[in-house]
Design a protein. Structure first.
Length: 376
C-alpha cells in the first residue's frame, strides 16, 4: 500500500530547522578569519576567537576599548568602517595594509556589511594575507635552498680539486720567475684562494644530515651574539633588546643558530652604519602553523625573533628574492649569507621573512620557530 503524503506536509518536513544561538556561535568561532559586529554607536558587540587573536585582545576588552586602542587614528580600517556607517552600504578593501599601535603590520582583505535586521549595526570580516604570503615565501625559500644544495655539490666536486693544481703550478712558477712574473703568480694564488673560500662557503649547503638539537634558551643565544657583535663589528652601534622573558625553549642546534643570528646582526650593522641602531626582539605569536617534512601534523610556530635595523633596506626589486642564492645588495657580496640562513632556519622547522616598514623607517628580519615541546 502506497501512503500518499499531502504536499504541504512534505514541504514542512523538508524545511530546515532554525539553528540554535549556541550552534551559530560555535560556527562563527570556528571561522579562520576575524569577525566583529558593531552596534549603531560603533561599540564592538561580538568578536570571534580569530578576532581576539588578530587584535591580541579579548572580546571583552575589544567591547570596552574598541579598535582605536589597537589601531592608529588614520587607519584604513577605521575609515572604511566610518564610511560604511554613514552610508549604510557594503564596502570592501583588498590587500589593505594595517599598522598596529606599538608596532606590527599585516596585509588583509576587508569586508564591511550593514545588518539589515539591526539598523546601524555593521558586520566586519577580515582575511589576513600575511600568513598566506609567509607560507608562499617559505616554499620559495625551500626551493631556493634545494637549488643551492645542488649547485654547491657540483662546485665542490668540479672546481675545488683543480684549484689545488692551479695554485701548486703558480707556486712552482714563482720560484724561478723574475719580480714582474712573481707579482702575477701571487695574483693567481690570491684569486685561487678567493675562489676556494667561496666554494668552502657553498659546501655549507651540501650537508643534509639531521642536526643534533636540544632545548635551548633563545635569549642566551641572542645574548652571546650580542656580546660578539658589541666587541667587534657593531662596537660603534647601539643594540637594544626587547624580550618576552616567558618564552619557552626552542629545539635547536645552538652553534647553527648562533651562526644565523651573527649573520643577521652583521648585515644589520652594515646597513645601519656607524651610530645606527639595531633591535633584537622576541615575542610569542599565535596562529601560524606549518606542515613540515616528516611531521604527522601541522606544527605551530609561535616563537618570534626579530632583528631590526635603521638602515635603508633592500631595493624594492630585490625584496622578494632576499633569500635566493647569489642575490646581494652589497657591491662585493656573494649572495650566500641569507640563503644559508634560510636553509638553517628551514632545517630547524622554522621560517624567515623580510619586511620593510615605512613608519618608523626600519628593516625587519623575522624568524618563526616551533616550541621544543611541539617537535620533541
Amino acid at each position: 500500500m502506497i501512503e500518499r503524503v499531502p504536499v504541504i506536509a512534505a514541504a514542512r518536513r523538508r524545511q530546515p530547522r532554525t539553528p540554535s544561538a549556541a550552534l551559530l556561535l560555535d560556527i562563527v568561532n570556528t571561522l579562520p578569519g576575524p569577525v566583529l559586529c558593531f552596534d549603531e554607536n560603533g561599540v564592538v558587540r561580538f568578536a570571534n576567537t580569530a578576532a581576539e587573536d588578530f587584535f591580541n585582545m579579548s572580546a571583552l576588552m575589544l567591547e570596552e576599548r574598541g579598535l582605536t586602542h589597537v589601531l592608529p587614528a588614520d587607519s584604513s580600517l577605521l575609515a572604511l568602517l566610518e564610511e560604511a556607517r554613514q552610508q549604510q552600504s557594503s564596502f570592501a578593501g583588498h590587500a589593505v595594509e594595517l599598522a598596529f599601535i606599538g608596532g606590527g603590520q599585516v596585509v588583509a582583505d576587508i569586508s564591511v556589511t550593514p545588518l539589515a535586521e539591526q539598523p546601524g549595526w555593521l558586520l566586519l570580516m577580515l582575511q589576513s594575507r600575511s600568513i598566506t604570503q609567509l607560507i608562499d615565501r617559505h616554499l620559495t625559500h625551500q626551493g631556493a635552498a634545494r637549488s643551492v644544495v645542488g649547485v654547491a655539490a657540483m662546485l665542490a666536486h668540479e672546481i675545488k680539486n683543480p684549484l689545488s693544481g692551479i695554485r701548486g703550478a703558480a707556486q712552482l712558477l714563482e720560484d724561478g720567475a723574475d719580480e714582474g712574473s712573481q707579482e702575477l703568480t701571487r695574483l693567481i694564488c690570491a684569486e685561487v684562494d678567493r675562489i676556494r673560500a667561496l666554494v668552502d662557503r657553498m659546501e655549507g649547503f651540501t650537508d643534509t644530515r639531521p642536526m643534533e638539537r636540544q632545548p635551548e634558551n633563545i635569549h642566551q643565544i641572542l645574548g652571546h651574539v650580542r656580546r660578539i657583535a658589541e666587541n667587534g663589528f657593531a662596537k660603534n652601534l647601539t643594540i637594544r633588546e626587547r624580550y618576552d622573558p616567558s618564552l619557552p625553549p626552542v629545539l635547536a642546534n645552538r652553534d647553527r643558530l648562533v651562526q644565523v643570528f651573527l649573520n643577521l646582526v652583521k648585515n644589520a650593522a652594515e646597513a645601519a652604519g656607524e651610530g645606527g641602531e639595531i633591535q633584537l626582539t622576541t615575542a610569542y605569536r599565535h596562529g601560524v602553523k606549518m606542515a613540515l617534512r616528516g611531521a604527522k601534523s601541522r606544527i605551530s610556530l609561535p616563537l618570534e625573533i626579530c632583528v631590526i635595523d635603521s638602515g635603508p633596506g633592500a631595493p624594492p626589486e630585490l625584496a622578494d628574492h632576499m633569500f635566493e642564492p647569489f642575490v646581494s645588495t652589497k657591491p662585493n657580496g656573494s649572495g650566500l649569507g641569507l640563503a644559508l640562513v634560510a636553509k638553517v632556519i628551514g632545517d630547524h622547522g622554522g621560517v624567515i621573512e623580510y619586511e620593510r616598514q615605512a613608519e618608523p623607517p626600519r628593516t625587519i628580519f623575522r624568524i618563526l620557530l616551533p616550541l621544543a615541546s611541539d617537535v620533541a
